[in-house]
Design a protein around this ligand. Structure first.
Ligand SMILES: [Zn+2]
Length: 281
């Protein structure tokens, strides 16, 4: 059989005929290239399904982000709003509905508890760190694939903290974990990324710490372990680098305060503009 090519997504979603699925499975047993494409697709898919809140309707978002900053003179705000938004069931009703929707998105609350609660295998990570020959097991992620993963929810930065260069990456633990190794020739830093939320009860020997703006858990020692979760991904660092260097690395990964960002920030901006209009009415 030929390579899966554009059928990779259909295969992962199980949207091929039974015979085609069988054929594809057989092919995957012998074709590392396609197997890799399937692993990457699975990772991306699982990543997408655990990212934040649902998208509001595109039309609503477009309307909110295009609202002018200043209220128009001599026109009641809701009249104007009714015209600006794609809701035509009467200006006041439209305003009220939109306000409810926007408030729901803007207020949001803490990050939704999506994904599984996980305990990374800290001791195994630490053990692998010491035994250089078996340090990294699992399928190699080619550089091009790491670049593709980077920015899609799986940070695979080419460098961390300035001097630490990415020297390799693998899918490990049944392809569920992205495992990256960095080195500056002196210090080594292993970074593990997996879906889920950190199980606070599984943090034996860890103490809460602050690294830059991030709340993390640190297990001192050689190697030192640092773990935290953000937006449905658990990050674990195993390293013999200086703490300063580690702090810089953490700051370059998703680790900031859990405040409004991205979509909710944009919607929040729209909400602020609406509020300004209400004040002006
Ligand atoms: Zn193939």
């Amino acid at each position: 059989m030929a390579h899966l090519g554009s059928d990779v997504a259909a295969f992962v979603d199980g949207q091929m005929s039974e015979s085609a699925m069988r054929e594809a499975s057989t092919h995957l047993d012998t074709c590392e290239e396609c197997a890799r494409a399937v692993r990457q697709q699975r990772l991306l898919k699982s990543r997408m399904s655990t990212v934040g809140s649902p998208e509001p309707p595109a039309g609503l978002l477009a309307s909110l982000t295009s609202l002018p900053a200043e209220p128009p003179p001599r026109e009641r705000w809701w009249t104007r709003l009714g015209r600006a938004l794609p809701l035509r069931t009467g200006a006041v009703l439209a305003g009220a509905s939109v306000a409810v929707v926007v408030t729901a998105y803007a207020v949001g609350g803490p990050e939704p508890a999506v994904g599984d609660v996980v305990v990374p295998p800290f001791n195994r990570y630490a053990g692998n760190f010491a035994g250089a020959s078996t340090a990294q097991t699992g399928h190699v992620i080619p550089a091009a694939a790491m670049d593709a993963l980077d920015g899609k929810g799986w940070p695979c930065h080419p460098t961390l903290a300035g001097d630490l260069h990415r020297v390799g990456g693998r899918y490990s633990d049944g392809e569920e974990v992205v495992a990256l190794r960095y080195s500056d020739g002196r210090a080594t830093l292993d970074l593990f990324e997996q879906n889920g939320h950190l199980d606070r009860d599984g943090l034996d020997g860890f103490e809460p710490a602050r690294m830059g703006a991030a709340d993390v858990w640190v297990r001192p020692g050689a190697p030192m372990l640092v773990t935290w979760d953000r937006a449905g991904t658990v990050y674990t660092i195993v390293t013999d680098a200086d703490r300063d260097q580690v702090e810089r690395a953490v700051a370059e990964l998703p680790s900031g305060p859990r405040d409004k960002s991205g979509l909710s920030q944009r919607v929040g901006d729209g909400f602020s503009r609406m509020a300004a209009w209400v004040d002006a009415a």
